[in-house]
Every structure is written in C-alpha cells, then in structure tokens.
Design a protein around this ligand. Structure first.
Ligand SMILES: Nc1ncnc2c1ncn2[C@@H]1O[C@H](COP(=O)(O)OP(=O)(O)OP(=O)(O)O)[C@@H](O)[C@H]1O
Ligand SMILES: [Mg+2]
Length: 207
C-alpha cells in the first residue's frame, strides 16, 4: 500500500517540477518567443493539469497507488483537447497495465508534450501502443500521416517541450528513438520488471 509519506514526497516533487517548468518558460520568454501570452499560459496550464490528473486518477482509484495507463492517457488527451479547443483522434492499443505514481508522472509529462505538439504542429491523429517484454515496456507514440515534420527541428530543439521530454526520459532511464516514415513515431523503451510498476499484462486492449 502506498503510504502517506510517499504521496507527500511525490507532491513536493511535483511542486518542484511545476516550479522548474515555469522557470524554464521564463527563460524561453527571455530568449524571445513569438507566441501570444495566452498560448504560453495555456501550455503552462496544460503541463500542470497533466500532473493534477495523475493525483485525481490515483485518489479516485480503489487501487493502492496504482494508475491504469489507458484510462489516464485517454483522460489526458481529452483534457489537452479541451484546453486547446482542438480534437485529438486517439487510438490506444495497450496491454492492461497499471503503473506506480512515479512512472506515471514521467510518462504523463512526456505524453502531454507529445499531445500538445500534435495539436500545435502535427496532424492530431494519434496511435499509442504499449507492449511489454519480460524486462521492458515499449511505448510507441505514432502521429499518423505526418509527412512534414522536420526531424532535425525536433531532435535539436532547445525549447521547453522537447527539453522536458528529454528530462523525463533520463529520469525513467529510458531510451527514446524518433523516426519519420509517413508517420512521425516516438519509441520509448524503459525497464519495468521491478517494483516501479504494478501490472497485470494480459491481452492488448483496443480503446
Ligand atoms: N508533431 C509535430 N509535427 C511537426 N513538427 C513538430 C512536431 N512536434 C514538434 N515539432 C517541431 O519541433 C519543434 C520543437 O518542439 P518543442 O516541443 O520542443 O517546441 P514547441 O512546441 O515549439 O514549444 P514548447 O516549448 O512550448 O513545446 C517545434 O517547434 C516544431 O517545429
Ligand atoms: Mg512543444
């Protein structure tokens, strides 16, 4: 069972994360941004919402500190759509799996940035695949039909979005590969055989 201390610890970490995100946002503004203040604040709001929703899902769930991956991802995409007033066409093909709070925060921040990018720069048609081998989980985020994405711009981005993703990848001790061949694809492989995740990986469920 997840103990209160663990949640307190995580809340403090999340507040620190929010503070860092806002700090990086300020740096970005200093370096010159052509976005409207409204758009910048919307993105900051979305980043904070992604964290709040993890705690919402956690407190609503009957499980002890476990978060259902597919349920969270679906709720997250709906929230991002609502914030930016643009629909995301999402299909999830995922094993039934529950993650610890720690992993879900890292995955949630990554997916939130990818959803925002799909809305701001891409096709808004997304497939998410989650599979598992004996030791690793493999998460694939596919943006369908994105033929225009400039991989160099993404990989070399000095902006907050990709920087945040890279930070979370490091925390997860994951490996990320980005490809484009008709679709824009991010493949994220991370270890998930120990207590950092809780699972009942049965069949692939399509949502
Ligand atoms: N889905 C996508 N389709 C096409 N281009 C993309 C996509 N995602 C990212 N890019 C390109 O990569 C760049 C870097 O992305 P990144 O998320 O770091 O910055 P951003 O979205 O411009 O701003 P922010 O820091 O608010 O996220 C984008 O400016 C855009 O040119
Ligand atoms: Mg972005």
């Amino acid at each position: 069972m997840i103990i209160k201390n663990e949640i307190d610890h995580r809340i403090k970490n999340s507040l620190n994360l929010i503070s860092s995100i806002l700090g990086l946002q300020i740096l970005n503004l200093k370096n010159g941004s052509h976005e409207s203040p409204q758009e910048i604040l919307k993105k900051s709001k979305s980043r904070i919402d992604a964290l709040i929703m993890i705690y919402d899902t956690l407190f609503l769930s009957k499980d002890k500190g476990e978060i259902d991956f597919s349920v969270y991802v679906e709720t997250l995409s709906e929230k991002v759509s609502k914030t930016f007033h643009k629909k995301i066409l999402l299909k999830i093909y995922a094993i039934k799996i529950k993650f610890s709070l720690e992993i879900m925060i890292e995955l949630g921040i990554i997916l939130n940035e990818l959803f925002i990018n799909s809305i701001k720069h891409g096709t808004r048609t997304v497939e998410i695949h989650l599979t598992k081998t004996s030791r690793h989980c493999i998460l694939i985020y596919l943006e369908k039909g994105n033929k225009a994405a400039d991989l160099h711009k993404i990989k070399e981005s000095k902006k907050l979005g990709i920087k945040l993703i890279e930070l979370m990848i490091k925390q997860l001790r994951a490996v990320m590969k980005i490809k484009r061949n008709g679709d824009l694809g991010y493949t994220i492989k991370f270890k998930c055989q120990d207590t950092r995740y809780i699972t009942a990986p049965t069949n692939i469920l399509k949502r």
